[in-house]
Design a protein around this ligand. Structure first.
Ligand code: ATP
Length: 218
């Protein structure tokens, strides 16, 4: 469903990705490992259209999307959760969730916004207990859950997750891992950047990025 061939990316003159190729098939979990600065965030950001200058071929369901702006990629089903979460910190949990789904269900949507809301509440019962709390008053792990839940409100077909279990309390790491594996069982495809081996053991494929180069076959 997502196919990347020969992706190169540059920050100014500095090249950050070198000929990266990978695929994520329907319902697959693919993990990207790599040290700090290896290029994991740059890769995910390039795929959703918010990266630096890039060249290469990116197809989504066989359609080239590398020239598409980020909002079009999102609408086509690419959902992204950044490492820094990017929540609306002054808004409540509930407001953060509904702001991602403002326009009601389109006739072709697989689920209504209300159904998506119920689904994320079932996936993250912790959020149910703090619906009216401002995001600024949540722990890092709770914020990470909210960021994922907000992206799920958009009904993505592929989730691109940047270090979803990094820097959060162990009990929340387990909850996050279980939620992601539940989503994988439900058929949501995922491309996950991680350094901490939380999901790698469950992945169909693990790619290793080293200084912008992929070291393992896609
Ligand atoms: P981390 O886990 O530390 O975020 P990463 O694997 O996600 O690491 P990237 O953040 O993608 O790596 O960084 C890849 C390379 O690009 C690094 O050499 C980094 O210094 C550089 N880089 C990242 N963002 C920028 C930027 N905005 N401007 C210039 N160089 C950047």
């Amino acid at each position: 469903m997502l196919n990347v061939e020969g992706l190169n990316a540059w920050y100014g003159q500095a090249q950050a990705l070198f000929d990266v190729s990978l695929t994520v098939g329907e319902g697959e979990l693919v993990v990207i490992q790599g040290l700090n600065g290896a290029g994991k965030s740059t890769l995910l950001q390039s795929l959703i259209g918010i990266g630096p200058r890039a060249q290469g071929r990116i197809t989504w369901h066989n359609e080239p999307i590398q020239a598409w702006p980020a909002h079009r990629r999102a609408k086509a089903g690419l959902g992204f959760v950044a490492e820094d979460r990017r929540l609306f910190t002054a808004l409540s949990v509930k407001e953060n969730l509904w702001i991602a789904s403002p326009s009601g269900a389109s006739p072709s949507a697989q689920a209504t916004p209300a159904q998506r809301f119920d689904r994320v509440m079932a996936l993250f019962p912790q959020l149910q207990t703090m619906l009216h709390r401002p995001a600024s008053q949540m722990s890092g792990g709770e914020q990470q859950m909210l960021a994922l839940a907000r992206t799920l409100m958009t009904g993505p077909r592929l989730l691109l997750l940047d270090e979803p279990c990094e820097g959060i309390a162990p009990v929340l790491v387990a909850a996050m891992r279980d939620a992601l594996l539940q989503l994988a069982r439900e058929g949501v495809a995922m491309l996950v950047a991680e350094q901490n081996n939380i999901l790698a053991g469950h992945a169909q494929r693990v790619l290793v990025l080293t200084s912008g180069h992929v070291n393992a076959p896609a």
